[in-house]
Design a protein around this ligand. Structure first.
Ligand code: GLN
Length: 277
């Protein structure tokens, strides 16, 4: 017989999930209850009468280790829900830190360019958090850009999206005050250290760089970025924790000053900031 109250449905979902860790099962089941029944834990425990839905396909995908955010089609970033699909990376907590560091600069009405926007989480959050900001966001992938545009519409942001390969050709935009990017930075040789749920499901184009040129995106940002950065412009990039000092030296070699490395929650080098003058 189908369970007909919220607590019984919740128990049934938990009994069908096969992750090793019971805390994870609880957390995943709670997300499913929220997403498909609109219920919080308090609602669930109050044994509300509900019509149970067939979540067997969803549960099967989760049991095959597909990331929860792809299965439910959304992920939270900076307190907002973004539409997510396998054409874009799932937003990471480190990237929230990048946004937080930018917000600390207190720029007024800044013009911002986000390179490799993916889901648009950085560009859209900055546009919504900074009054009168004008944000451009580029990506090489049409599917990513479609996702970012859908997010911008859903969250009522106002971002100008550009389909563009930053490694090739130039971008014709007016000068900006800030360039931000979370480019691909994981070396191919680091693949074996990654979780299978990342490796098997997330877009490799957004993750990997070759071992012989791991900083190529930062080189492109440092060299081309100068052309459209204001004289007082700043750069904020997320980086591979192994390359803090190399990325810092790279920006310095292109004439940037006040180049700083910011550590993440695990005390790993995660962000580099630099300015032109
Ligand atoms: N931090 C991400 C990861 O380890 C990588 C993000 C990126 O390559 N920009 O999965």
């Amino acid at each position: 017989m189908k369970p007909t109250n919220s607590k019984a449905v919740f128990q049934e979902i938990k009994s069908k999930l096969t992750m090793d860790d019971s805390d994870e099962i609880q957390a995943v089941a709670l997300v499913l209850m929220e997403r498909y029944y609109g219920l919080t834990l308090t609602d669930i425990l109050s044994e509300k009468k509900i019509a149970s839905q067939d979540l067997s396909t969803i549960i099967a995908r989760l049991n095959l280790h597909e990331p929860l955010q792809y299965v439910v089609g959304e992920a939270e970033f900076f307190g907002r829900k973004f539409l997510i699909n396998p054409s874009v990376l799932i937003p990471r907590p480190e990237t929230e830190l990048l946004v937080q560091e930018i917000l600390k600069t207190n720029l007024t009405a800044p013009r911002i360019l986000d390179i490799g926007t993916g889901s648009g989480c950085i560009a859209i959050t900055l546009n919504l958090e900074i009054p009168n900001s004008h944000v451009y966001a580029s990506d090489v992938s049409k599917n990513s850009l479609d996702t970012a545009m859908a997010n911008s519409k859903k969250l009522k942001a106002d971002v100008s999206f550009i389909l563009h390969d930053f490694l090739k050709g130039s971008l014709s935009i007016d000068q900006v005050d800030l360039v931000v990017s979370n480019p691909p930075y994981v070396r191919n040789s680091e693949r074996q250290l990654m979780n299978l749920n990342v490796l098997d499901y997330e877009p490799h184009q957004a993750l990997f760089v070759t071992d012989d040129d791991p900083l190529l995106f930062y080189k492109a940002i440092a060299s081309k970025g100068k052309a459209f950065l204001n004289p007082s412009g700043k750069v904020f990039v997320e980086i591979n924790e192994k390359f803090g000092n190399e990325t810092k030296s790279l920006f310095e070699s292109y004439g940037f000053i006040k180049v700083e490395i910011i550590k993440d929650f695990d005390q790993k080098d995660r962000i580099v900031t630099a300015q032109l003058t």
